[in-house]
Design a protein around this ligand. Structure first.
Ligand SMILES: Cc1cc2nc3c(=O)[nH]c(=O)nc-3n(C[C@H](O)[C@H](O)[C@H](O)COP(=O)(O)O)c2cc1C
Length: 219
């Protein structure tokens, strides 16, 4: 017997039952990637969350990794070993998300260890979901962090967005109240970025519900 992966009539019923038709608001988790003391990261993260909250097609969850004392030593091979509480708590916020916005600085030409640690603690939470990136730094705007993160997220069969938002010489780009200096440009960028994120989030949410993803065994 073969298993069909073609959508069935049931799929529509399931979607109706789950109450989340394709156009229903998507849950976007904005992740504050730096946990350093005196960090800048909350500024662009709050800005993005604020942009997203203005829309009726997005429900925002602003997740600050500094609120989770994630161990740097990952779990062992015993699948029945209890998870650290902070891992369980963060999982409960990541799992319901339909999409992620990862906000990252650049540390020595890449993204910070806090972000890698958070990424590595989880797997299914990221799986088959779109991920958009915001970076900031000196002259490069932290683009190298985004390039590195794109590669990492493909491991989960996530969909890293092609377009991102970068703030070069970031200390010049926000005022003392945390508002972008160039509001016209940044609003336009945020709008285009979120349009794409929502498109992918709605599309993948529906696909995850209706059609099993054809995973293959790694060689
Ligand atoms: C460990 C470390 C490495 C850094 N490396 C770079 C770098 O390679 N390129 C760059 O433009 N800025 C670099 N910076 C400067 C950061 O862009 C700046 O400190 C920024 O505020 C970091 O983000 P955060 O404050 O949110 O942690 C580095 C900062 C730190 C702490």
């Amino acid at each position: 017997m073969t298993t069909s992966t073609v959508p069935t009539e049931n799929a529509g019923a399931e979607r109706a039952a789950s109450g989340r038709a394709i156009s229903a608001p998507v849950r976007v988790a904005v992740i504050v990637g730096s946990i350093r003391e005196d960090r800048f990261c909350p500024t662009p993260s709050n800005w993005m969350a604020e942009q997203a909250r203005k829309r009726d097609d997005i429900e925002v969850d602003l997740i600050d990794l500094a609120d989770y004392d994630l161990p740097v030593v990952l779990g062992g091979n015993d699948e029945n070993a209890p998870q650290p509480e902070s891992v369980t708590e963060l999982s409960q916020r990541l799992a319901p998300a339909d999409a992620f916005v990862v906000v990252t600085p650049i540390y020595n030409r890449s993204y910070p260890a806090s972000l890698k640690n958070a990424i590595d603690w989880f797997y299914t939470e990221w799986q088959l979901k779109p991920v958009g990136f915001i970076s900031y730094g000196g002259i490069t705007g932290g683009l190298q962090s985004i390039d590195a993160l794109r590669s990492v997220f493909t491991e989960f069969h996530s969909v890293p967005l092609r377009d991102s938002i970068t703030f070069a010489n970031f200390w010049e780009t926000f005022d003392h109240d945390g508002r972008p200096v160039d509001t016209e440009r940044t609003s336009r960028l945020a709008n285009g970025f979120l349009n794409q994120l929502v498109w992918w989030a709605q599309t993948l949410r529906q696909a995850r519900t209706e059609r099993p993803y054809p995973f293959v065994e790694s060689e």
